[in-house]
Design a binder for this molecule. Structure first.
Ligand SMILES: [Fe+2]
Ligand SMILES: [Fe+2]
Length: 474
């Protein structure tokens, strides 16, 4: 499963054996590079970045680290190794051999799943394009670019599937991926969270913690797909995704740590004093959590969804860790607890498990988020400070699903519109909060130095120290 870097497009899918496909992708490549040039990371200065590049898809040592000029990064097409005799694990095709080609009857569903996933990848690069100008350290700048090049590669992964399996339609869809842009009023990205701005580094860390984690759950359920090339593609993408969430979790943790250090140094818990000394107060961090969590849980879709049920029944998209779940994997008569509104309260009610697939994935996601929040709270407790970060209730500030109709506070209590209006500024970042956070975003590009609003990381990348030359300027 080694990767051929002599090829114009590095790959481990034997691209050289299919000349037509290779030519089609080589035709798409300049359009991609153009897009990267126009919509990708800002390149105000000529630089080399200490990046990892996939050299093999084996679990041990797939990555090679070295300084790379960003546009010279080798985007390629990589799949995890095939599992011998892989069988479809659920739905009406349970027990049948996984498909190596698209089953004709599921063509449009699969295309839709692949396009929706693929669209998020370049979207996040666009959302983060300006952050390089305000990096808090070279370490962070390197992490940003690592995330960016890998999201670019994830687009390659989905575009490969479109080109290889969907003919003309697939090529058209691949072009559309570069024509839609995050926040574009005429041609926006498909999912709303990917049209929001990522204007500052606190937002970036929140995004990589909460929104990349949605990506993890979507990829994990697509990794269960009966369409084997999609499954193998997603399995390799998941290994890259883990680093993005690491960047998010440790990023937020370091902002919290810095706030705690200032609180202890200054012997105060007054947010205004923390701000006056260049830190981001814990209350503001909590508001950012509330915002990013609520827009990210929307990405899982409606609580009850016949689309999701159909994808499952067809064997196209499974549940998180489908094969580890102890049930019949058909779910015909099974039920699942879903929260809904009844008599002015959020209550749990039984729903058909198969229509509640989205909600189950959302539950898995929320439990995973909760673990990270628990680790953030350990940082606060270790500093001896009496404060806890909390995930808001899923009913809070929703744009999709049953809770769009109502207003709820972060504890999930239903409230009136008047009450919402009165308290909203305590729960979600205000313009003033955003302007304040923005005011701290001054670039620090001196080796070993870091901005005042964030603590340095506990350790560097690939065994290097924090003051390593992660980015070289020329
Ligand atoms: Fe991605
Ligand atoms: Fe990601």
């Amino acid at each position: 499963m080694s990767i051929d870097y002599q090829e114009k497009i590095p790959n481990n899918v034997n691209l050289g054996e299919d000349r037509r496909l290779q030519r089609a992708l080589e035709n798409w490549q300049p359009a991609y590079l153009n897009w990267w040039d126009e919509q990708g990371p800002d390149k105000g200065r000529d630089m080399e970045v200490y990046l990892r590049t996939a050299i093999s898809v084996d679990a041990d040592g797939w990555a090679q680290f070295g300084h790379v000029k960003l546009p010279d990064y080798r985007w390629g097409i990589f799949m995890a190794p095939a599992q011998e005799n892989r069988k479809i694990a659920y739905g009406i095709h349970k027990g049948e051999a996984a498909w190596q080609e698209i089953p004709g009857e599921y063509r449009s569903e699969l295309r839709r799943l692949i396009v929706t996933q693929g669209d998020t990848e370049p979207a996040s690069v666009e959302q983060q394009a300006l952050l390089g100008r305000t990096c808090p350290s070279l370490y962070d700048l390197r992490n940003l670019f690592q995330v960016n090049v890998e999201e670019g590669r994830h687009l390659w992964a989905m575009v490969y599937l479109l080109h290889a399996h969907f003919g003309r339609d697939g090529r058209d869809e691949a072009e559309e991926m570069l024509a839609r842009h995050s926040g574009d009023p005429d041609k926006p990205r498909i999912l709303q969270a990917f049209n929001e701005k990522t204007p500052d580094w606190l937002s970036f860390f929140m995004f990589t913690f909460f929104t990349d984690r949605d990506g993890k759950y979507q990829l994990a359920s697509l990794a269960e797909s009966g369409f084997d090339p999609l499954s193998r593609t997603c399995r390799f993408m998941l290994t890259e995704e883990a680093h993005h969430m690491f960047v998010g979790e440790t990023g937020v943790q370091r902002v919290i740590q810095r706030a705690c250090e200032l609180m202890n140094e200054l012997k105060t818990d007054d947010p205004g004093t923390i701000r006056a000394h260049g830190g981001i107060d814990l209350q503001t961090i909590q508001k950012y959590i509330n915002f990013h969590f609520s827009v990210s849980v929307d990405l899982f879709g409606q609580e009850l969804s016949t689309n999701a049920a159909n994808y499952y029944t067809m064997g196209l998209k499974g549940r998180f860790e489908e094969t580890k779940i102890d049930d019949d994997h058909v779910l015909k008569d099974a039920s699942y607890k879903v929260s809904e509104i009844k008599n002015g309260e959020v209550v749990m009610a039984d729903a058909s498990a198969i229509t509640a697939i989205n909600e189950r994935l959302r539950d898995d996601y929320i439990a995973d988020c909760q673990k990270g929040v628990g680790r953030w709270n350990k940082t606060i407790a270790k500093a001896g400070i009496d404060f806890e970060m909390k995930l808001p209730n899923r009913a809070f500030h929703r744009g999709i699903g049953a809770f769009t109709e109502i207003r709820a506070n972060p504890d999930g209590k239903l409230i009136s519109q008047a009450e919402w209006d009165k308290h909203q500024s305590e729960w979600l970042p205000t313009d003033e909060d955003r302007v304040f956070v923005q005011s701290l975003m001054k670039p620090v590009t001196e080796q070993g130095k870091i901005a005042g609003w964030i603590a340095p990381p506990a350790r560097g990348i690939n065994g290097q120290s924090f003051d390593f030359e992660y980015v070289r300027y020329h």
